[in-house]
Design a protein around this ligand. Structure first.
Ligand SMILES: *Cc1c(COP(=O)(O)O)cnc(C)c1O
Length: 400
C-alpha cells in the first residue's frame, strides 16, 4: 500500500469516525485538531465523574507509584478496601473483581452453575430476556438476546432460555427443574433504555424464592449511581442474590465486579481467577469512585440533574413532535419518532456533540454524573438546532 491510512493497523470492530481524541476534562473531550466536543456518551457511561477527574487522577497517581500489581495470588490493600465498601453499601457479602462487565457476568454464570451442581441436582439453565445485553464473551453473548448476535459465532454456549421482558407469566412458564437462575438488567440499556416494571421485578424475586433459583442482576450499566440510587435494585425494594457491576465503577479504568450473598459464594480454589483481577491500580480508582458516588448528597444531585435533563428532553419531544422520554437518573432515552437516531448522532458529531443511538429511533443520554446544568442546557440547545434542521429538511422533501 502506498498511502496506508493512519487507522489501518487497528482491527475494524466498529464504524469509527476518522477522528483521534487526545485529551479530556469533565464533560469535554478534545481531538487532535483542537476541536472540543460535549460528551454525553462518556466512554459508554464509564467515566462516571467525567474525563480525568481529580479524585481519580490523584488516587491512580498515588497507587501507580506504590504498587501496581501484587499478583492475584496475594491480597492487596486497595482490593480489600474496595471490597469492604461495596459490601457495606450493598446487600451482598463478598466480591470478586474482574476487568470487564462481560467477565463479571461470565463469573456470575459460572457461580450459579457451580451452585446448581452442589445444591440443585446439576440444574444449569439460566433464563435471560429478549433484547438483553450481557457482554461479548461467548457465554455472555449467548446469554444476550440482541437480534444481531443471533447468527454469530455458532455454536453458542447452551443453557440460556430467552423470555419476553416484563412478561411475568411467560417467565413463570419458562421455569423448569433444570433452571438454576434468572438474569436480567434492571433497565435494559443496549435495548434502548427499557426499565423493568416494578411489579415485574418484584414478581421475578418471588418466583426465584418459590422455585429456589437465584436472581442475578446485571447492573453493569445501571449500578454506581447511574440511576440516581447507588444501585438500581434499591428502587425496586428487592435484593438480588448476585449482582454484577462494571462501567462506572472504575471511573474510566477497566474494573468490574461480581458480588454475591455469602451462602452463594461457592467457588472452590482455582474455579475462578485472572491475572489482572483485583489489582491495586484499578481498585484504587474504584475506591475514589465509591468515595464520591456513595454519598447521599451526591446521589440527590444526580436525581436533580436527572429531572433537569428529563424536562429538557420532554420539551424537545413536545416541540418537535417526537416520542417518549424514559429511564432513570442519568440513563435517559428519547424516542425520535420518524427521525433516524443514527442521522441525529452523525449531525451531533458534526456539531461537536457526542451522543449515542442504541436503536434506530432511540437516543441515549449518559453524561457524567457530575455534569452541570449549564452543560445539559448546551446539549439541549445543540440538539434542538439539529432536530430543527432535520425536520425542516424532512418537510421540504414532503412538500416536493
Ligand atoms: C456494557 C455492559 C456489559 C458488558 O460490559 P463490558 O465491560 O463491555 O464487558 C454487560 N452488561 C451490561 C448491562 C452492559 O451495559
Amino acid at each position: 500500500m502506498n498511502n496506508p491510512s493512519p487507522y489501518s493497523s487497528v482491527m475494524k470492530i466498529a464504524d469509527r469516525p476518522n477522528l483521534v481524541f487526545v485529551r479530556g476534562r469533565g464533560s469535554w473531550m478534545f481531538d487532535d485538531q483542537g476541536r472540543q466536543y460535549l460528551d454525553f456518551i462518556q466512554g459508554w457511561a464509564v467515566n462516571c465523574l467525567g474525563h480525568c477527574p481529580t479524585q481519580i487522577s490523584q488516587a491512580v497517581s498515588k497507587q501507580v507509584n506504590t504498587l501496581i500489581n501484587a499478583s492475584p495470588a496475594f491480597y492487596n490493600n486497595a482490593m480489600l478496601k474496595l471490597a469492604d465498601s461495596l459490601v457495606q453499601h450493598s446487600c451482598l457479602d463478598q466480591v470478586f473483581f474482574t476487568n470487564s462487565g462481560a467477565e463479571a457476568n461470565e463469573g456470575a454464570i459460572k457461580l450459579v452453575r457451580k451452585w446448581g451442581q452442589l445444591h440443585k441436582g446439576g440444574a444449569s439453565k439460566i433464563i435471560t430476556f429478549n433484547n438483553g445485553f450481557h457482554g461479548r464473551t461467548l457465554a455472555t453473548m449467548s446469554a444476550s438476546a440482541k437480534a444481531q448476535f443471533a447468527p454469530l459465532f455458532e455454536p453458542k454456549v447452551p443453557g440460556f432460555t430467552k423470555v419476553l421482558f416484563n412478561d411475568l407469566s411467560a417467565l413463570q412458564q419458562a421455569i423448569d427443574p433444570q433452571t438454576v437462575a434468572i438474569m436480567l438488567e434492571p433497565i435494559q440499556g443496549e435495548a434502548g433504555v427499557i426499565p423493568a416494571e416494578l411489579e415485574f421485578m418484584q414478581g421475578v424475586r418471588q418466583l426465584c424464592d418459590q422455585h429456589d433459583i437465584l436472581l442475578i442482576l446485571d447492573e453493569v450499566q445501571t449500578g454506581i449511581g447511574r440511576t440516581g440510587s447507588l444501585f438500581a435494585y434499591q428502587q425496586y425494594a428487592i435484593e438480588p442474590d448476585i449482582l454484577t457491576l462494571g462501567k462506572g465503577i472504575g471511573g474510566g479504568l477497566p474494573l468490574a465486579a461480581l458480588l454475591a450473598k455469602g451462602k452463594f459464594c461457592c467457588f472452590a480454589h482455582a474455579d475462578q481467577g485472572g491475572t489482572f483481577n483485583g489489582n491495586p491500580l484499578t481498585t484504587a480508582a474504584g475506591q475514589a469512585v465509591m468515595d464520591t458516588v456513595a454519598d447521599t448528597e451526591f446521589l440527590a444531585q444526580v436525581q436533580h440533574l436527572s429531572t433537569y435533563l428529563r424536562e429538557g428532553l420532554m420539551q424537545l419531544s413536545a416541540t418537535f413532535n417526537l416520542g417518549e422520554v424514559r429511564g432513570s437518573g442519568l440513563l435517559l432515552a428519547l424516542e425520535t419518532g420518524s427521525l433516524d437516531a443514527n442521522v441525529i448522532v452523525q449531525q451531533a458529531l458534526q456539531n461537536q456533540l457526542l451522543l449515542n443511538a442504541p436503536r434506530v429511533h432511540t437516543l441515549r443520554f449518559m453524561p457524567a454524573l457530575n455534569v452541570s446544568e449549564q452543560e445539559i442546557s448546551q446539549m439541549l440547545e445543540k440538539l434542538a438546532t439539529i432536530l430543527g434542521s432535520l425536520i425542516t429538511a424532512v418537510s421540504k422533501v414532503k412538500a416536493i
